[in-house]
Design a binder for this molecule. Sequence first.
Ligand code: ADP
Ligand code: MG
Ligand code: MG
Length: 875
Amino acid sequence: MTFVYAFEEGNRHMKKLIGGKGANLAEMTNIGLPVPEGFTISTEACLDYYNNGETLSDQVKQETFAALKALEKKTGKELGGKEDPLFVSIRSGAVASMPGMMDTVLNLGMNDETVEAMASLTDNPRFSYDSYRRFIQMFSDVVLGVETYFFERELEKYREKKGYTSDPEMTAADWQELIQTYKQLVDTHTGRPFPIDPHEQLLLSVEAVFDSWNNDRAAIYRKLHQIPHDLGTAVNIQSMVFGNMGDDSGTGVAFTRNPSTGEALLYGEYLVNAQGEDVVAGIRTPQPISTMKDVMPEVFEEFQAVCNRLEAHYEDMQDIEFTVERGKLYVLQTRNGKRTSQASVQIAVDMVEEGVLTKEQAVDRVDPEQLHQLLHRRIDDGYDRQPLVKGLPASPGAATGRIVFDADEADRRHKDGERVILIRPETTPDDIHGIIAAEAVVTSRGGMTSHAAVVARGMGKACICGCEGMKINLQDKTIQIQERKLGHLDLITIDGSTGEVFEGDVPMVEPELSGEFQLLLNWADDVRRLGVRANADNPADAAKAVEFGAEGIGLCRTEHMFMEQERVPVVRSMILSETASERDEALRQLLPMQQEDFEGIFKAMAGRPVTIRLLDPPLHEFLPDLEELLIETTKLEVTGENLELLQQKQRLLRKLRELHEFNPMLGHRGCRLGMTNPEIYDMQAEAVFRAAAALEQNGMNVEPEIMIPLVGHVNELRDMRRVVEEAAARVTDDTGVRFTYTIGTMIEVPRAALTADHIAAEADFFSFGTNDLTQTTFGYSRDDAEGKFLQRYVDNGTLDTNPFVTLDRDGVGRLVQEGVTLGRQAKPDLKTGICGEHGGEPASIAFCEEQGLDYVSCSPFRVPVARLAAAQAAI
Ligand code: ADP
Ligand code: MG
Ligand code: MG
């Protein structure tokens, strides 16, 4: 096995072995771009390191030093050399890009001797000492665990002593003096002198990169992005080029297109006379890339050519890091650029128009989850915008929340259900959990490519950066904007698309979809086989679903109609009725209400199929809370005042106790209700058919599909089918209108799936209710599981994913497969769909495609996601 590869030996397809960064450095090297020379220690070496009890094996060391020798030969420089020393960067590079998650060491090879060699070679001692102190600081932070903060404090003290206000005022002698202080600092903190042997520095750094694979930040990031923990990271060792050599040098990052809007224009920032992460660190505010044209016209031109070349080569928008050393351009990294959902759609559509991508490729490019973000809210156009302050529009979207200044607090309050906006001078990877928890992020420093901006865009979270008009005081937890002062937990609204910050709450509007978005979804519709329906139980949701492209309703829950304010008393009297005639009376009152509901929904769906599920939850869900009622009754008993009310309450209490169940989820619900109280299903079916008849009479085609919930035995379905058929016949007799309808069932208990062949005999369609099917297959009660143990299961890897989010292929999926197979054996034209929340989740949709289901059904806002995911599943 080989553990180390020179850049010349790799290519873009070797990500798994040499990491994303290494693979792209290799690719760029091989297509002739100006990349500083180097080599990559593979991810296998990282795994080897962990297998060896976190030590580098002899083979890895040997190969590393052999590669170093070769690098020295190629560059004509020597690591630790006293004549022409080689300096290298140590760069981590995981398989999937993990921005800011792993640490980089620059200028490695610096020590008291090489710094002098560098100073005399370049004739620039200031630069040389500046590089050395940077190295001590970075190396100490990343490798020795001495935090940057301590060094910054020393630097600040030194500047104060000298009366300087900024770093450029520091002279060579100043840096030299500070270097002594830095070394002393390391000695004090670690109890050992700073390592001066460059080979030792190198091995320690490689180990530190491997160690950082398992640091908390990296682990959280992997979890968030579902990256497996056992991939390991590669290490890139690359000869240094210096952007801090003077005003003909610099460093920058750029996207080949605007990552926020998708506009096909170079977009990015650079800093003159700066090194490495100065641009993203937010310490100095960088310049827009377009101004580089004036400062270094030739370099800019070359850079633009490199950008075009890379974009054409990768057939995707690139995120490029570069450095200019004394007027010579070097490319240090390229990768497919992260982008907002809006940009993602725009770029995919543009690239089809440019002839770079086919429509199918464009459809395949856009992440369906990301698309979901486009459906988010924004500030009402009619709102009279009076922003308190404006920063950089770093990530679009609007959000309202309470001000917090600390990531831990953001996290804690979010868990308590509060909406917060995280405000920081700048963010670091240590704030990641706070960014996840916050509705939005605002920073006072840093540009569009600062940490906060990159991370927020990746998450589709609104973000404002470089909001310099906002003075943050972390001590007394306030922000000062001119005269206005806001404090901890004050409510603000931000617009990440404009960079504006507003006080308090602001009216928002629902999103509408751009032309590009529609175009892309239309292409997706051409590709997909699966139908896409929505779960909707009122006309407004139904209309929204149609607007988003739903082809029907896959699940209309009728109980929500029962829960409407003015109906509750009628529903209660139905449940509480002591005699059949009392109950009939209540049902008679409910009938026209339900009929009106269905008419509204049928109208909104304009002839598209609508699956209506008859009453499903246990009846006590419609009654007041037992404990509260008990307290009220006791009070009335004690005061003895209102005897009539007391009797009423007592009656309710008796009924509640009667209806009480130990385990309502497995209790008297679904078709079991229909079996004991067929009059309820009869009323509901009649309401559906009367609505259908009324619309048919007005010339509208309606296709109701009546769905019987929770069937576990074919006999249940057989009986309920009869109830529904009788209601249909009655309505036809009564109105003289003929209408077509079908009757099917939800498959949501294991027995139904296992006996699907029997059940299919009585069913025109199956709809897999995978929420309940997941509960009944795992034997989990969702309400109890998610808070108590399921999160732990996912965290510690007992389960790969939450089965209520992503369909469990091995268990629940097996039942779905069995259900489809058996059902179709018995009835070849059986229609099959899925209506659990999984119906809007891309991985689960892919499973539905594999099983050959006819459609998925999901919430209206996820319909576009499902259309795209269904297309991708078919490609
Ligand atoms: P990250 O993954 O955090 O972006 P990188 O490994 O890309 O870390 O390094 C961060 C920055 O350090 C680069 O963008 C570049 O500016 C600088 N850098 C890395 N290697 C070199 C090098 N060989 N020469 C000059 N600068 C470098
Ligand atoms: Mg980094
Ligand atoms: Mg980088």
